[in-house]
Write a protein that binds this ligand. Sequence first.
Ligand code: TUI
Length: 308
Amino acid sequence: MNTKITELLGIKYPIIQGGMAWVAESTLAAAVSNAGGLGLIAGGSAPIDYLRDQIRNAKSLTDKPFGVNIMLMSPNAEDLAQLVIDEKVPVVTTGAGNPGKFMEGWKNAGVKVIPVIPSVALAKRMERAGADAVVAEGTESGGHIGENTTMCLVPQVVDALEIPVIAAGGIADGRGIAASFMLGAEGVQVGTRFLASTECKIHETYKQLVIDAKDTDNVVTGRTTGHPCRNVRTKFSKKLAQDEFKGNITPDEFEKITLGSLRKAVQDGNLEEGSFLCGLIAGMVNEIKPCKDIIEEMFAQAEKLLGR
Ligand code: TUI
């Protein structure tokens, strides 16, 4: 399945793995890249030495292209922006902010830049700044989200830009890929489906929550802080969202409660204090499989639906 994205990135299938903070490490990234997609290591707010090790480990696990996701709200974003240049990482995706100030350095170093954007306005700005493609991410996605949906955002971004658009948010099977292509996307970004992959190193409790989740088992926290975040519904996430809604906690208290909560979910499977970030499509994710099987099955279904 050749598209502008497979050509741009030199990959077999037009699929990139979501840059999930704390989740997307070198083993998962290499598995996705080895299966013909583009694996990503998430910078999150991890220390630079750890990320350098992760990048080098991915290089030892795959000879295929892989990328790094830079979460722009991280205090380490500037150092990581330089690290990807020093380590000659071929692709960068960015999230949770505007990467404009790093663009020139990356472009000069030959790094392909794919910002994740939640709106047409930001997409246009990214194209003007020299982005190679954008990920148009709908509010169905896990983690930090915008307001617009994949169905509405993707075609509007496609119409507004010349560069290729990758659809994200709510895609976990071949129907999601086929639908994205119908909306004009040239590729897809998939996060939640890879949480339930054999190679994903998250705590078993996290994987089981994703597998068990029904369509409605989802909660958005952080609406009062301006940084809404989509999670699996647990007692913790439900109470947090309710307390926010009722005005029972201040944004400062919210920050204190959620500090370190991603790590507590991913590493400890801590149901009392962990934030299990996850997209709305989790209800359709019911089985743990190797990344290769996930990707091949998704594209076999998509190709059939698209009549290719
Ligand atoms: O970034 C993501 N998803 C994430 S980041 C993350 S870690 C985190 N945890 C708590 C609070 C915040 C982050 C977990 N999940 N997706 C891409 C994404 N980017 N979604 C929304 C945006 C975005 C928002 C505003 C991109 C640009 C933007 O620009 C505002 C501006 O500066 O103009």
